[in-house]
Structure formats: structure tokens, C-alpha cells
Design a protein. Sequence first.
Length: 526
Amino acid sequence: MKRILFIAICALLTACNLDENPRDQIPEEEAYNTDISLFQNTVATLYAYIGGSQDGQGLQGTCRGVYDLQTFGSDEAMLPTRGGDWYDGGLWQDMYRHSWSAGHDLPKNAWIYLYKVITLCNRSLEKLESHRHLLKDAQYLSYQAEVRALRAIYYWYLIDLFGPVPLVTSTDVSMQQVKQSSRAEVFRFAVKELEESRNYLSDDYSQKPGDYYGRVTFAVATFSLAKLMLNAEVYSGTPQWQKVIEYCNDIERNGYKLENNYSENFLVHNESSSENIWTIPLDKSLYTSQQQNQYRSYHYRHAAAYGFTGENGSCATRRVLEIFGYGMEDEDIRFQQNYWSGEVRDLNNHQVTDRIGKPLVYYPEEVKMDLSGSPYVETAGARMKKYEVDKNATKDGKLMDNDIVLFRYADVLLMRAEAKFRLGGASYSGGESGTTAQDDFNAVRNRVSMPHRDISLQDLLDERLMELCWEGWRRQDLIRFNQYESLFDGDSFNNKIDEHDGHTRLYPIPADVIAMNHNLIQNPGY
């Protein structure tokens, strides 16, 4: 396996000096002396950071970082206070109530992580340029495109979470030079980088083992462009619905399609999925990246039935139950595919018991933010079930073989359906012969044998939750649909909307970062 060159950086800064010589690194002249070593230590090394094993690291799979801001900062999931568990100084209550401050750990972790990878991308681009003589022109263009596209994806995550952010494209920048660019400016930069890069990227499938496994390919870059255009009005003030359709069509032409079975995308061995577009490769024998989301959702005894140690934490909100029609005759089939509820049984269908020997039962409707004193303190809430249980997982179930799904084709269909509907209604086909908005919407529902619905904007938003729950898109979707509730009332959100990019719609720039760089202006409301 390739040796990965680790680069230490001062993560609290948006740009910093990288001239370090740790004793556990290979000499720099050896890292860049052949075309192979140059690729390994400029391109390949970056993929070690897409997932993670520590809090705040990775786009998904770990805790207290990017994924948690998108998920627990929405109405999709919560981490209730369960007596003496999960209060954590009010951290999770602040997330649920949208009462976080500039000192909150989660925005700080996400800012540090995202800029760390951007800084590494900047360094990689500089090394590729200075050692270009080792590469053929085609190699150089493809390697450069891959790093530029990855950097653009990370800038997309930054503007989505924080709005106006510093746009740093060089490692040779002093702190005095680091200032914010507008959200629209960084949006245009990310789009331009992805547009210019994608035609030099491979058409290979990123989710399948091989030379491009887990890497940024044409489809990954194009999906990112579709998402940027889907939210273009939020990011730049100008909607771009036709561009969404065009990018989604490009992905379809690339050969992606829905799997016949929804659950196949999340199996222990899901590398063969024709629907997954970009994943974080997991292999408990080869990689250190973890999937902690199911682990922290399982009740202790539930996890113990698999030989793991759960944390009895995260669960669905009541809003999720309402959208899925939980307990109703028309309950969406995907609820049972994505959530544990009711009586819990192990992989051999044996009843699991709680800590006093009674049958373990999850009570989805008993959930509330503070369960202290409740008879359901340990059992309230529907738990995460999205990924098939890897019975051979290690490290308490966190090191598993199910690749973490970042992008998939069902989302492409729903993006295209929304764009077409916003442009011309249910029968609109995007200005060319092909599927209508209703057709794309139907394809996603037909796959799980759910009955026909004549689509509306609300149907599109609800369908996105039911299809993509636990995948980290809910906050972004609510903002785009002007349903990102800004005030907390009791144990449910009220309907008052913050009409500006102020508190709750944007996270604060971490207080520690502003203290180090007085050029930065805090987002409104903090």
C-alpha cells in the first residue's frame, strides 16, 4: 500500500507556515523524486482525510464535526439528555434549540478540519507545479484537476456552513492577508474550479474498488456542481435550476442508476452499488476511518447483542415520525429500513433484553430533548439502522466494512425533479425530450413500492428526508425550502423563519479564529 506523507499544520489558522520537519516523516526530496511518489504525496495522501477516526475529522463517520452540524442542526435528529448521559455542558441541547454560540465546539471543529484539507490541497498543487517535469502533460492535468476539484468541494462545505469565508489558494499567505470573501464570490470560485477540472477527471466509478476507488471523478465533481446549483439562490442570490438539470443529466449519461433494492446501497459490501457515486472506503483491516453514527445510536444492550459497545444517544425527532407517517396505515416502508423502533431483536432474531432483563423496546414517540426522570430515559427515540450490521466489525462496531455513502443517484433524481418542478411544474421535462419532474420523483418512490403522489414542493422536501435520512442533507434542504425554523419552543420547532443569513442559517466563525485574525467579521446574530 502507498505510504502517506503526513503534513502537520496549525489548524486554527486559515493559512499558516508549513515548513516543518517532523522526525517521523520521510525526507522531502524522497517524497517528490518520482512520478509515483509525487502522486502518492500530493494526490493520494489527501484521501486519508475524507473520513476519520477522531472527533471533528472527516466529512462523515465521526462525531462533532461537519456531519453533526448538518444533521443535529436540523429537525432530523437529536441527542437527548438521558439523565446523566449526553448533557455534555448543554452542547447537544444548543444544537437542537439553535442556541449555539461562537464558542461552540462543533463549528470550531468543522472550520479547523475543512481549512486543514484546503491548506493541504494548496500545498499539493504547489508541489505538483514545482515538480511538473516528472510528469507527462496528461498526468499533470489529471492530478491537478483532482486536487482542484477536491479543494472546491471543501469550499462548498465551508460556504454552506459559514457563508462568507477566506478564499485562500496559496500556502505563502500571511495572516494580515487573510480576509473574507463574500459567499457569492467563493461560490463562483468553487463552480469555476469544478467546471475546469471535471473534464480532466476519470469517468471511472469512484465507489468501485480499483484505481479510482474513493477518489474525485467526473461524476463526483458533477454531482458537487449540481448541489451548488441546487442551492445557488442561497449561496449567490441567483437560482440556477436549468444548470441543475444539465449536471444531473451528465451523471445519468455516466451510467449511474438506482439499485433495485434500497438497502443494497448500505450493505456490508456495498462496493458493487450502481447507485452510489462517492463513498468513504471502509475496511477494518486496511483503513482507520470509522463509522460512529450507528454506534452512538444503539442502546448499550442492543450493541452488546452484536458484541459491540453502544452509546445510547442519537435518535429521530418527532418531526421525522410525522413525515414518515410512523404508526399509520400509510407509513413509508423506508422508516423500518432506516430506523430501529419497537422490540429489538439480534441478528439471529433473538429478543434483546434491557439492563434489568426485560425486553428492550424503543419508543419513538416518547422522545424529547431532556429525558431526565422519564421512564423512557434510555429507550426513547427511533435509532439509526441505515447500514447493515457488520457482525465482524471491530473497535466496538466503529471499524466496519460498509463504505460510507456521501453521494448517490437517488439524490440526483430528486435534485432534477425539484429543478424541473420549480421551472415548470410536474410535467416539465427540462427543455428536452425526457423524463418529467413527476417521472423522476416517481422513480425514487417506485423503487420502494410506495404509492403515487402528485408532487408539490412539500412532497419533494418530505421525499428527500425519507430517501436520504441520516445522509447529512437535511439542514441544507430546509434552508433552500425556507423551512429552517430559527426558534425553539418546548420540544418542537415553531414556524418562525429567520429571513436573513443570520443566527441559525449560518454557523458562527469560531471565536478562537476571530481572536487570532481580526480581519474576520463575525456572522450576524453572534
